[in-house]
Design a binder for this molecule. Structure first.
Ligand SMILES: C[S@@+](CC[C@H](N)C(=O)[O-])C[C@H]1O[C@@H](n2cnc3c(N)ncnc32)[C@H](O)[C@@H]1O
Length: 217
């Protein structure tokens, strides 16, 4: 869905103390860049941030990185995250939000960084053959993630799209990642503690099942 331009988005983001204007500067230094040094979980394509808002405000023992490419959604993520922390009366010191092209993730994260979990929620399916390399679960991307994913790190992947899910299983296999958990119908599975994203709410309302897996190194 195309979003209306929001000329106020960038100034609002730049005035926010958990928005990182130049994430390249933190490459190799993420683990020491939070108030407390603790495990880091990364969300790729966070959209309006409802998933991040719930996770980060309820898990103060984890540090989070939330990435999207569009200021127009990042500014809504910023507001949703602030609201969730405010409602719980928690101090907002375990989240960093940033605009970054994920296909160039190695500009900001490298072997000196340790990420314990990566969330990929409802990423674009890129169904055309010539576009598949842009998928966030493509083997080429997984190879990049492996540089900063810890030895017992996990990738949690949810999607509405059957073809993307099936082909991603191949990508994970090609990258030597093991599937630790898999369901083709998350909401009717034994998995507990799922937090629905904006797209998950939308597709569920249309009767489309959420496919979900956890891959480990
Ligand atoms: C379909 S939306 C899903 C949003 C959210 N995760 C959800 O489940 O509701 C995909 C999001 O990923 C972002 N995105 C897609 N490709 C990206 C890329 N290559 N780099 C950074 N962000 C990207 C889009 O801007 C969009 O907000």
């Amino acid at each position: 869905m195309r979003m209306r331009r929001k000329p106020w988005a960038r100034p609002e983001l730049e005035a926010c103390d958990f928005f990182i204007v130049d994430p390249k500067e933190l490459k190799g230094k993420w683990n020491n860049s939070y108030k407390k040094e603790q495990p880091i979980y990364l969300e790729l394509g966070c959209g309006k941030g409802t998933f991040m808002a719930v996770h980060a405000s309820h898990n103060k023992n984890i540090n989070y990185i939330a990435i999207d490419i569009k200021d127009e959604v990042l500014v809504l993520a910023k507001r949703n995250i602030e609201k969730a922390f405010e409602e719980l009366g928690e101090s907002l010191d375990n989240v960093k939000l940033m605009a970054q092209e994920i296909l160039l993730i190695d500009e900001i994260l490298g072997e000196e960084d340790s990420i314990e979990r990566i969330y990929i929620n409802f990423c674009n399916p890129w169904p055309k053959e010539r576009h598949k390399k842009r998928r966030l679960t493509h083997t080429r991307q997984l190879e990049n993630y492996k540089k900063f994913l810890t030895s017992n790190g996990e990738i949690w992947f949810k999607t509405d799209d059957d073809e993307l899910f099936e082909e991603s299983l191949e990508y994970f296999k090609e990258s030597g990642l093991n599937i630790k958990y898999i369901t083709y119908d998350l909401h009717n599975s034994d998995f507990e503690g799922n937090v629905k994203t904006e797209h998950e709410e939308m597709f569920t309302a249309q009767g489309i099942k959420t496919k979900f897996l956890i891959a480990t190194r």
